[in-house]
Design a protein. Structure first.
Length: 337
């Protein structure tokens, strides 16, 4: 299975749709439209993204029916196969979600994309895309968009840098990652073009409530609602400073090979944005902005290959295996018992 950037969302051909979807598919909720009318394909080959089926052919029917009764060595292989299958499913689901997130970001004129961005599922896609770095907000809009009558959507601007460029979803993502604290609400009198002198003289006046006295009956001038609010974004990863330590946490061995899992502790730099904004209707004026930085200790998991050397169970040493230290490269021997 190729990397996430090799895949893109594509509308299914009409021949692949059942009669019900052809007639009513576009009236369904956006999530159902994605499932029924769209598919993920490879940019390079055009092949559809396929879920790999689990292969249990090496196991007997009785083993497959009663896994708990397997011999230990067979159970080890069974568990390894299941872990591989789970990893394949996770990879498939992530590729599909990133292709859908890219579709959202690069197609501002499609009604489906705009409707999907307002759903819970669409917002989850955007959050995941932003957190993974696959989507970069506040960049220039992408290019290479095609009509909804058919063809591939997205994919023109992100080939090579694995990051979708867009601007139309910036406000949506800001709302997802930012908590706004409204400090003040007020209303500004806005005289319409050609308004009378009494209304023009009130232009720009402010009030704490929208019940400002009107100069005359049938006045059509507006009282524009304004808010002054401040926000603080979540802390986001910027870069890794250095690794502090590695700690071996688990070993999995199958016959002559296996893996060692290590918990890595490292220092990372994070940043968040603080700002104060005056917002009136759809316009915003930045009053204050500050970027805060901090260093935190974080952990992740890395794995190294392990090799079982003495499979004949030496009387003095027992079975021995070795791996290498992920930080220093040093060879490390350990007993398998």
């Amino acid at each position: 299975m190729n990397t996430h950037s090799d895949y893109v969302l594509q509308r299914k051909s009409r021949a692949d749709l059942n009669p019900s979807v052809r007639m009513y598919g576009e009236s369904e909720p956006p999530e159902m439209q994605l499932d029924n009318m769209w598919e993920v394909v490879s940019r390079s080959t055009g092949a559809k993204l396929q879920m790999v089926k689990p292969d249990s052919s090496e196991f007997t029917p009785s083993d497959r029916m009663y896994p708990s009764m397997m011999r230990p060595d067979v159970k080890d292989r069974w568990d390894m196969k299941n872990r591989e299958w789970e990893n394949q499913k996770d990879t498939y689901n992530r590729i599909e979600r990133m292709a859908r997130a890219e579709f959202l970001a690069e197609n501002p004129d499609l009604p489906l994309a705009r409707a999907l961005a307002k759903t819970r599922y669409g917002k989850e896609l955007l959050v995941e895309g932003k957190q993974s770095g696959f989507i970069q907000p506040k960049a220039e809009a992408g290019t290479d968009l095609h009509g909804e009558s058919g063809g591939v959507y997205g994919g023109g601007s992100n080939v090579g840098n694995n990051a979708v460029k867009f601007s139309w979803l910036g406000n949506i993502l800001d709302d997802l990652f930012t908590e706004k604290n409204v400090l003040e609400t007020f209303y500004i009198w806005q005289a319409n073009e050609g308004a009378c002198k009494a209304c023009t003289n009130k232009n720009g006046e402010t009030s704490k409530s929208p019940t400002m006295t009107r100069p005359h009956p049938n006045c059509k001038c507006r009282q524009v609602k304004c808010e002054i609010w401040e926000s603080v974004t979540r802390w986001e990863f910027v870069k890794e400073i250095k690794t502090l330590s590695y700690e071996a946490t688990s070993v999995v061995l199958f016959s002559t090979r296996g893996t060692v899992s290590w918990r890595r502790k490292y220092i990372a730099e994070e940043q968040r944005e603080k700002k104060k904004v005056k917002e009136c209707d759809d316009s915003e004026k930045l009053l204050f902005r500050e970027i805060e930085s901090r260093r935190v200790i974080k952990t992740d998991t890395v794995t190294t290959a392990a090799h079982n050397v003495h499979t004949g169970r030496n009387i003095q040493t027992g079975d021995m295996a070795w791996t290498y230290h992920p930080g220093t490269g040093e060879t490390i021997w350990f007993p398998t018992d």
